[in-house]
Write a protein that binds this ligand. Structure first.
Ligand code: SF4
Ligand code: SF4
Length: 106
């Protein structure tokens, strides 16, 4: 029995770790991913996309995308989802992490 528990508990913790790690709800009022990274595809009002650190013109005052559910929303935006690796724990974390990723992949 002890052998069985020692085998199962690591799996339980591993599964729990990866479940919590992979799924994260987008943080209300953040909007860092609409500011920090560059976007090369066309955005309504920004036909040439946007530069890193530039606020997207479609980011509302409440830090929500004005194009949510609109087919004109860039595919790259729809494909991006919150992830602790990029979003961190605060908006400032996300700006820093996304800025670092932008430089690392430039
Ligand atoms: S950086 Fe992450 S938490 Fe912030 S708005 Fe974008 S997806 Fe949401
Ligand atoms: S189009 Fe919307 S989701 Fe994409 S960067 Fe602009 S505000 Fe953010």
């Amino acid at each position: 029995m002890a052998h069985l528990v020692s085998l199962l508990w690591p799996d339980y913790y591993r599964a729990r770790f990866f479940t919590e790690w992979q799924f994260m709800d987008c943080r209300p009022g953040c909007g860092a991913c609409c500011i920090a990274p560059s976007i090369s595809s066309s955005i309504p009002g920004m036909p040439h996309g946007k530069r890193a650190g530039e606020r997207c013109i479609q980011l509302g005052a409440d830090f929500l995308c004005l194009l949510f559910g609109d087919p004109r929303r860039p595919v790259v935006c729809s494909a991006f989802s919150a992830d602790p690796v990029c979003c961190g724990e605060t908006r400032e974390d996300a700006i820093r992490l996304l800025g670092w990723l932008e430089q690392a992949t430039a």
